[in-house]
Design a protein around this ligand. Sequence first.
Ligand code: MSP
Length: 523
Amino acid sequence: MASADNYFITTPIFYVNDVPHIGHAYTEVAADVLARWNRQNGKDAWLLTGTDEHGQKILRTSVANGVSPKEWADRLVAEAWKPLLETIDIANDDFIRTTDERHEVAVQKFLQHLKDTGFIYSGEYEGYYCVGCEEYKQPTDLLDGGEDFPGDKVCAIHTRPVEILKESNYFFRMSDFQQKLLDLYESQPDFIQPESVRNEIISFVKRGLDDLSISRASFDWGVKIPWDDSHVVYVWFDALLNYVTATGWGQDDAEFEKRWPAIHIVGKDIARFHAVIWPAMLMAAGLQPPRRVFGHGWLLVGGEKMSKSKLTGIAPHQITDVFGSDAFRFYFMSAISFGQDGSFSWEDLSARYQSELANGFGNLGSRVVAMISRYFDDTVPGANEMNDADAVIVDTVARAFQGANAAIDKLAIHDAIASIWTIVDALNLYITEQEPWVLAKEDADRARLETVLYTAVEGLRAIAVGLSPIMPDATQKLWSALGVGEALGNLRDQHLSRAGEWGQTPAGIRTSPLDALFPRIEE
Ligand code: MSP
């Protein structure tokens, strides 16, 4: 059983048939923010991400490009998927590829174990298959091909024709787990989140579960079935296992015991694989189900789910090249309620960059640091007698962190940011009302000026700590300019559960100049 301070969080592993778009980056950033937040709170947080490299979809792409599937995957991982992590500043602890030997060996071990315990049998399957989804489809999941594909049935998600497959396969006895899964959803109400995804999955499982075809004999790009090498493992069965093979299952039991179970952050389109098939697989193997499955919403472009296959894909670097990685992370985490769909537009991104980041946060930092320099020769003054206006800031800071910590426990990232942002707004108002530039004119107001600027610096200290999991780069620049690290240590070591306590910045620390955190963007 993992210890209470363990926090194992995962992203889906991404198909390497194509390069990343902002929908993929969205999942990565959300998981990274949660990992960073918990890591900063002293938890043993561990973020896993990686790539899903087997199956027909990748095989066909590689053939179309005239290389072997492994060469194709190596190229995409090196040139696109690992660089993505740099582009959006992901601090992952591991990166698993389903072609890693550690993974393939453990997948075979897991399958052999299910076979030995009677959960796998051989049978026949005939049905519609969507290669885009890498999934058999029910007739109710399909649409008519219409004008584009007359006479064909198409997948409702990919709007591409499905194929009819008839094969002798190995099957997993998933139908045995219907009641056990319903019991799990009932006894652990936060197992599937948000509520809309939970309801959909519960009604899906209530309709009854079929056994699952878990092998394919018509192509060979996959992990071989250990007792029959004319079959390879079904790509989803293979992929889901990454969450335990990366943590040492079957090879390093102590590591596995320490980490498992995980919190899975996935898009709502693949929540069903994670909340139905995956816990059933684990239960069959006598392992604990995941701690949670969170199905986030889709990024929509022009009202549709953004996707490369529909040519609405936007590459993450198109945004970060202009706005930077912090703005990317902040925008997607704050503008969309985590769990709901959200529309992306360049106009909205630009407007929020300017109003919230440049004018709201960045300008606040620059002004305060500049005033410390001008009025106090780069040395932060101490506070004197405090009045009601100062007390509002002290109170806002305390409440902001209570709210943000509670929001993160519920995975409500947007609420956590909104909570921290109350400090940005309160401090901007405070400075406007206290007019330190007026106080600076009279010697008699010196004591008041000291209190106002101390309050502003201490408020910025709190903001830097609260926003550091979201914007690691800008907050580090602010932390360095405030000079507060000398006294308090590294930014990433500041506990978010204690960051709301007032008065941590000592008087007398030395500030240094701060360049604009969010420079003006030329058209
Ligand atoms: N390989 C599988 C996952 C296996 S996990 C054991 C897969 N890969 S994927 O590359 O197609 O998608 C990965 C993730 O990207 C999914 O969580 C999916 O929901 C997410 N997104 C893809 N398009 C998206 C949007 N337009 N918006 C938000 N997320 C989207 O599925």
